[in-house]
Write a protein that binds this ligand. Sequence first.
Ligand SMILES: Nc1ncnc2c1ncn2[C@@H]1O[C@H](COP(=O)(O)OP(=O)(O)O)[C@@H](O)[C@H]1O
Ligand SMILES: [Mg+2]
Length: 266
Amino acid sequence: MELPKKIVQLISGESYQTDEIGMSDSAVLLFKDKVLKVQVCGEEAGNEYELYKWLKGKLPVPQILAYEVEGNRAFLLMSKCHGKMSCDEAYMRDPRRQIRLLAKALKQLWRVDIQNCPCDNRLEQKLRQARFRVEHDLVDIDNVEPDTFGEGGFRDPADLLQWLFAHRPKEEPVLSHGDFCLPNIFLDGDEVAGYIDLGRGGIADKWCDIALCYRSLSHNYSGKYQKGISVGQSYPDYDDLLLFKELGIEPDWEKIRYYILLDELF
Ligand SMILES: Nc1ncnc2c1ncn2[C@@H]1O[C@H](COP(=O)(O)OP(=O)(O)O)[C@@H](O)[C@H]1O
Ligand SMILES: [Mg+2]
């Protein structure tokens, strides 16, 4: 892959590993203390860049070292987060601490004043993007919950989209991560060390992140993923209500279902 000159200068000759965990089409190169994320230009790449800039000094996010757009690709060179992903084995073996910290990460997001937030990902926007994805056949139906489509579920993505339009919940706008899954939240000891992968972040309903956090915990604890790879190791002691206890709120299962279903189209 050909890299923009400015990026080449900043990483000159350093060795790297490639990331195997992320689920998107982006390429992520991990250097010793920097990370290069290469994405196809689009709303998400620009959104991620804007949000990192805006959140500087507000929340722990990577520092931007360079952002270059060349051809149809966006190259984001950023600092590497310290700590470990929240799905790291050390945290998986200590669900109480892990979930307490994930709840803390959510609450920290909700405390950010969204008045001048440059990114809006409320349902109006999300459903518009979802419609585009359905109409252009961009939905990956192999990477969905087993009961979303088919018998007892939705006929196809268009059927789901129609249901999502018809069942829009009332939104409680907060600063939302947008893809609040375990590999996108870095922890260090008892601190939240970094929020990464903010391409879908911005103003959105607070239940969007709660739903995706809940789903991500379920997947990781059932052994669906480990270090991003499906291995089947499960942790039978996991309590799926602990997240709500830590957040101090009652689960709103309808909204949780709604936002998990919405995410199936992305
Ligand atoms: N700034 C960063 N610091 C440390 N690790 C990172 C950073 N950015 C990405 N990574 C690693 O690469 C993985 C994939 O990057 P991410 O931005 O989440 O892309 P994707 O959209 O593919 O999920 C992350 O889960 C994390 O392990
Ligand atoms: Mg990610």
